[in-house]
Design a protein around this ligand. Structure first.
Ligand code: COA
Length: 180
């Protein structure tokens, strides 16, 4: 079955979509993304997640129909804006079909054009899918293990800062094949 998938930057009215996404996430997915067993999602947390300025903080969402099914985000370090921490989450029912790779690729492209030179991520050491994704997309990564968690750091190479980027509202669509 081919599914129309769109990726686009986060927009203010995504708050409601994130509230609807939350109950569709398994405890394992929540734990791997936030590194703690969060039960409810407070309004102020959702507000913070949606509140991006498309430079210092960015988030890209994957949508199917009108629903958000995945989010990748970066937050630049206030101390060194050339360094950005990256995190990503894909709804359980959509994991393993390439969404995570597409989201992180799109996000890294935006970050690179804005002058980010290093990405960091915190990933549980047994999170094979995320570790694989990082190794594929960021082959120069170093992974330091501490208490069963990888602290990942990678140079972000590619087109130089200032390369024109799509408008903040622009999105991309792709067809994904999904089984089941
Ligand atoms: C980690 C996560 C974002 C990956 O997204 P995804 O859409 O499921 O991943 P993709 O389908 O894009 O696959 C990514 C890679 O992992 C590989 N992969 C798939 N299943 C795998 C498995 N069980 N073990 C190892 N690698 C696997 C895929 O082949 C793909 O590699 P490729 O690009 O060479 O084909 C998603 O699974 C998720 O949301 N997990 C919970 C939250 C989380 O762990 N976030 C990361 C911490 S910030």
């Amino acid at each position: 079955m081919d599914i129309q998938l769109a990726t686009r930057p986060m927009q203010p009215d995504d708050e409601e979509r994130l509230h609807r996404l939350w109950p569709r996430l398994s405890p394992d997915t929540v734990y791997r993304r936030f590194h703690s067993p969060i039960r409810g999602l407070p309004d102020e947390t959702v507000h913070h997640l949606v509140d991006v300025d498309h430079d210092r903080r960015e988030a890209v969402v994957a949508t199917v129909g009108d629903e958000v099914v995945g989010v990748a985000r970066y937050d630049r370090s206030p101390a060194d804006p050339s360094v950005a921490e990256v995190a990503v989450l894909v709804e359980d029912a959509w994991q393993g079909v390439g969404l995570g790779r597409q989201l992180v690729t799109t996000l890294a492209d935006l970050a690179r054009r804005r002058g980010v030179r290093t990405v960091t991520a915190t990933v549980q050491a047994d999170n094979d899918r995320m570790v694989w994704l990082i190794r594929r997309l960021f082959p120069g990564s170093t992974m330091t293990v501490d208490s069963a968690v990888y602290e990942i750091r990678s140079p972000l190479t590619g087109p130089s800062a200032g390369t024109p980027e799509p408008p903040a509202t622009a999105g991309a669509t792709a067809l994904l094949s999904r089984w089941g």
